[in-house]
Every structure is written in structure tokens, then in C-alpha cells.
Design a protein around this ligand. Structure first.
Ligand code: AMP
Length: 124
């Protein structure tokens, strides 16, 4: 059987595929069978964590989501809430950037967990 990391190595993918296959290092915060949470390399706040599905399943962004993805979408949000609790954040923001106008730069669905400072509204 082909291992997960072997598959990632030869799949055409984004930088997050390389992070998942450990070709590129990352600072893990949480991991289970479905999701991986790690520190953003360019933090926009004292706490800035990305939560991604381990199996992309064509989810390059939230606009690709279908009924069959409901479970992983829930897992991403639940993980964000769990990590926020572990980080003792009293308030925080969850962000999903979508497409060019949404400033998405990596085509692998991800949730930003941003906290540790006062957020502003409206966002920029
Ligand atoms: P987005 O602009 O919503 O697509 O978010 C992509 C995020 O990935 C940005 O906040 C980047 O700073 C982050 N990022 C890109 N490369 C890496 C990396 N190697 N390790 C951690 N975060 C990364």
C-alpha cells in the first residue's frame, strides 16, 4: 500500500501539500486523522494558526465545498475552537479567504485562527 506521505510527494499540490508530507517544515499545533493545524509563517497577530484538511478532496477553496464535505468543514471549525481554548484566547477571529478578491493565496482550503490582540471591524 502506498503511504500517505508518498502520495503527497507525487501529487501536484500546493505548499500545504508539501507541509503535510513534511517536505516543508511547519510548527504543528494540533493534528488528528482529518485535520492539521500549524502556525502561519507570516503571523498577522500574536496567535495566527492555519487549520487545513489532510485530504484535500478537491477543496481548493470554500467555493468548492459540496454536501459531501460537510463533515470536514465541521471538523475544521471544531478544531479552530479547540485550539483557541488551548491557547486561552478570550476572543478571536476565524477567516476563510476565497478567490482573488478574497485575497486567497494558497489553493487548499484553510481556516485562519487569529487572536491575541484586539480585532478591528470592518476588516480590511
Ligand atoms: P491565504 O492568503 O488565505 O490563502 O492564506 C495563506 C496563508 O498561508 C498565509 O497567511 C501565509 O502566510 C501562509 N503560509 C504560506 N506558506 C506558509 C508556510 N510555509 N508555513 C506556514 N504558513 C504559510
Amino acid at each position: 500500500m502506498i503511504s500517505r506521505s508518498f502520495r503527497y510527494l507525487f501529487s501536484k499540490g500546493t505548499i500545504f501539500d508539501k507541509i503535510l508530507s513534511k517536505q516543508i517544515p511547519s510548527k504543528a499545533v494540533f493534528e488528528d486523522d482529518d485535520v492539521y493545524a500549524f502556525e502561519d509563517i507570516q503571523p498577522q497577530a500574536p496567535v495566527h494558526i492555519l487549520i487545513i484538511p489532510k485530504f484535500k478532496d478537491n477543496l481548493s477553496g470554500i467555493s468548492q465545498a459540496e454536501e459531501k464535505n460537510v463533515k470536514i468543514l465541521g471538523r475544521l471549525l471544531l478544531t479552530a475552537s479547540r485550539v483557541a481554548k488551548e491557547k486561552n484566547l478570550s476572543g478571536y477571529r476565524l477567516v476563510i479567504n476565497e478567490g482573488k478578491d478574497g485575497c486567497q493565496s494558497v489553493d487548499h482550503l484553510h481556516v485562519h485562527l487569529i487572536g491575541g490582540r484586539q480585532m478591528n471591524w470592518p476588516p480590511g
